[in-house]
Design a protein around this ligand. Structure first.
Ligand SMILES: Nc1ncnc2c1ncn2[C@@H]1O[C@H](COP(=O)(O)OP(=O)(O)OP(=O)(O)O)[C@@H](O)[C@H]1O
Ligand SMILES: [Mg+2]
Length: 301
């Protein structure tokens, strides 16, 4: 099978907090149409990588690029970097340097959406309102940013209709349609996690970044989540970058796995390759490399 073109390229990414190197010289590629998992022990730097990709942190060093449309746009990467611009938009697609963009532009222009390790919803708003707020930008654009536009113009009413239709589509896919009018904060935990994904999908991302979406879910909810993520990849032309602690989820749905330990990449490959990697086993079991064999024997590998 032909290798899919890159969608996201992370190069020489470093994030320091004072003396702590949370992420050190990290490079990896997420390909179009794939689920890429980012795994590693607690404190390995996974969420920090997400914060750099999505514009919440400005990396100390490194380049983070996304291409929409034609893969040939990657040829423009060096020229764009030299020019000091944030993005290049052409008729056949766009090239975006995320490390130069604030979070709202990463989501709106580069079309990279995320969920949070600690759920962040508008808990006093209803489920439906949370999904409409996510579509605020296209709605305001349709209004011409004027009260008159909001009150009367047909283009605004069309945009509003489209926003509600999109919200309903995602409520149905996440099993939340019958809870649309409840306050988000009143939903059970697993439903809030699904609502976060629905909200991110309402921004029409090309890349969806999920930070431990299965955390705190029961086995049934976790299986439903796997299905949802596969549907997003296969039916909505959205690639996925997934941080996950649950190895059964990672092994079951990922196309490609990147492993971090103390901010450094220690493995990068298929789930099968990574599972059998000595460094990965050592990192997860918390022992030095030369002790791996002994530990493996102990756990029966
Ligand atoms: N804003 C910050 N200021 C200072 N240190 C930070 C900050 N954010 C993260 N760190 C540190 O960077 C390191 C990596 O943290 P990060 O949250 O990225 O790890 P993680 O892999 O997501 O861990 P977990 O699996 O527990 O979520 C940790 O040592 C953490 O304390
Ligand atoms: Mg984290």
């Amino acid at each position: 099978m032909a290798v899919a073109p890159p969608l996201l390229r992370v190069e020489h990414l470093t994030m320091r907090f004072g003396g702590l190197v949370a992420v050190g010289d990290l490079g990896f590629t997420a390909r179009r149409g794939e689920i890429t998992a980012l795994i590693g022990p607690n404190g390995a730097g996974k969420t920090t990588v997400f914060n750099c990709i999505t514009g919440f942190y400005k990396p100390t060093e490194g380049r983070i690029a996304v291409v929409h449309g034609e893969a040939g746009l990657w040829d423009e990467l060096e020229a764009l970097t030299r020019r000091g611009d944030r993005h290049l938009t052409l008729a056949n697609g766009g090239l975006f340097l995320l490390e130069r963009m604030p979070d709202h532009l990463v989501s709106r222009q580069a079309k990279v959406a995320r969920t949070f390790q600690n759920i962040r919803l508008f808990s006093g708003m209803t489920v439906l309102e949370n999904l409409l707020v996510a579509q605020h930008a296209p709605l305001m654009l349709a209004s011409g940013f004027s009260l008159l536009g909001v009150l009367g113009v047909a283009s605004y009413r069309r945009a509003e209709r489209a926003a509600i239709d999109k919200a309903k589509h995602w409520l149905a896919l996440t099993g939340l349609l019958d809870r649309a009018d409840e306050p988000a904060g009143a939903l059970p935990y697993g439903a809030q996690r699904r609502l976060e994904i629905a909200r991110a999908m309402c921004t029409d991302p090309v890349l969806l970044c999920l930070d431990e979406p299965a955390a705190g879910l029961n086995p049934r909810e976790s299986a439903a989540l796997n299905e949802l993520i596969l549907t997003i990849r296969d039916r909505h032309a959205t690639s996925v970058l997934l941080i996950e602690h649950d190895m059964s989820v990672v092994m079951e749905i990922s196309d490609h796995v990147v492993v971090l330990d103390y901010g450094v990449k220690i493995a990068d490959g298929t789930p099968e390759e990574v599972r059998n990697d000595q460094k990965v086993i050592a990192a997860y079991l918390g022992v030095a490399d030369d002790e791996v064999e002994a530990v493996e024997a102990e756990v029966g590998l």
